[in-house]
Design a protein around this ligand. Structure first.
Ligand code: PLP
Length: 405
């Protein structure tokens, strides 16, 4: 433990278990610790740093905007918000957007929109609206997001939870069909589950779900906070199945790895359920966030980050699949959104992460068994080669180490 770790351990709540490294600087795909040791960042803050650390264009925009105007609240118009939301809507094919800050807030916004739409448009009886979510989902840590979760640790000790959520098996169209009734407002789904362990549903799942929702007048809401903005090799993961959802949630990389910027986007008739005073956020849509968010979107398009993710992700997946190790149960992913499922009888994903850290590669396990590999989308092939070599070496080392129990 270094003094920085001690201080954080003493004064910060213990709601995380960080790897023992103190980071002080970042540039592109690399970060440095307080001793000057360099690491390849294969975690990118849960995909928030898709642009790489301190992207020069984003740093320039922050400096320029912070000198001019940062926060005024939405009690006033600004010259920054319109251009940002216009770009986001045009890129995603949505009509209108509601800006927030963190992902969980945008999820809350989507739920509120869906419920009010159910009452005022669909005609569901008061307080009867249901939202269907999936097993293994992750939609954040607010009470509603936790109420939708089936992960015991996310709920234990935090009840009672808001009602009106139904959980169905992820990937099963039959389960979704059976759960829909006249009170169903929306189906909220991650096109690929991130925190759930980089889980890809069966091919065609999202497309069938979209059709089913349309037939039953149920809103399809895609939570693309993690999968969106190029991460899976397309601008949106829904595009892999040509699906245009009725509501879309973005966050994480929308802030360019610099600020917390999120939004809920939707069709006009869905968003129009909100009237002044219904919902809001002091910081949501502030001019600094809007300037950064617009530049973050421009960079994704101009630097072709989605295409790069598709190509480099394919490359990395094939290299990882070539590693011959009994510790690997499965390698799966799409674009630079990759999970290596570790055989729990032989090692924990945490042990793998610790050994990789010693070699200068940072990542984080998701659940106990999956090594998450989601580097900034600007990563080069040579850096992927180096990373895969380290992963292969660590797995070979751990083969001979008995599992501590
Ligand atoms: C990270 C994440 C969230 C929550 O975002 P926060 O910014 O941490 O509140 C919600 N949904 C998905 C799919 C996520 O990956």
């Amino acid at each position: 433990m270094t003094p920085s770790m001690d201080l954080e351990a003493q004064y910060c709540a213990r709601n995380y278990l960080p790897l023992p490294v103190v980071l002080t600087r970042g540039k592109g795909v690399f970060v440095w610790d307080e001793n000057g040791k360099k690491y390849l960042d294969m975690m990118s803050a849960y995909s928030a740093v898709s642009h790489g650390h301190s992207h020069p264009r984003l740093v320039a925009v922050v400096k320029e905007q912070v000198e001019k105007l940062s926060i005024v609240s939405r009690a006033f118009y600004t010259d920054r918000l319109g251009p940002f939301l216009e770009r986001a809507c045009k890129l995603t094919g949505q009509d209108v957007a509601l800006p927030m800050n963190t992902g969980a807030e945008a999820v809350e916004t989507a739920i509120k929109a869906a419920r009010k739409w159910a009452y005022t448009v669909k005609g569901v009886a008061r307080d009867k609206a249901e939202i269907i979510a999936c097993s293994g989902n992750f939609h954040g840590r607010t009470m509603a997001a936790v109420a939708m979760s089936d992960e015991p640790q996310y709920q234990e000790g935090f009840g009672p939870f808001p009602p009106g959520f139904v959980i169905v098996e992820y990937g099963s169209i039959d389960a979704l069909e059976a759960a829909i009734n006249e009170n169903t407002a929306a189906f909220i789904v991650e096109p690929i589950q991130g925190e759930g362990g980089i889980v890809l549903p069966p091919k065609g799942y999202l497309k069938s779900a979209a059709a089913l929702c349309r037939e039953n007048n149920v809103l399809l809401i895609c939570d693309e906070i993690q999968t969106g903005l190029g991460r899976t090799g397309k601008l949106l993961a829904c595009e892999h199945e040509d699906v245009k959802p009725d509501g879309l949630i973005l966050g994480k990389a929308l802030g360019g790895g610099i600020l917390a910027v999120s939004m809920f986007l939707a069709r006009r008739d869905v968003m129009d359920v909100f009237t002044p005073g219904d919902h809001g956020s002091t910081f949501g849509g502030n001019p600094l966030a809007a300037a950064v968010g617009l530049e973050a979107l421009n960079i994704i398009v101009e630097e072709e980050l989605a295409l790069r993710s598709a190509q480099r992700g394919e490359y990395m997946l094939s290299k990882l699949r070539a590693i011959d190790s009994p510790l690997i149960h499965e390698v799966r992913g799409r674009g630079l959104f990759i999970g290596v499922d570790i055989n729990p009888a032989l090692a924990t994903a945490r042990t793998v992460c610790e050994a990789l850290m010693a070699r200068g590669l940072l990542s984080k396990e998701t659940h106990a068994t999956v090594l998450r590999l989601a580097p900034p989308l600007v990563i080069e092939e040579a850096e992927i080669d180096w990373a895969v070599t380290q992963i292969g070496a660590v797995l070979a080392e751990l083969e001979s180490v008995p599992l501590a129990s």
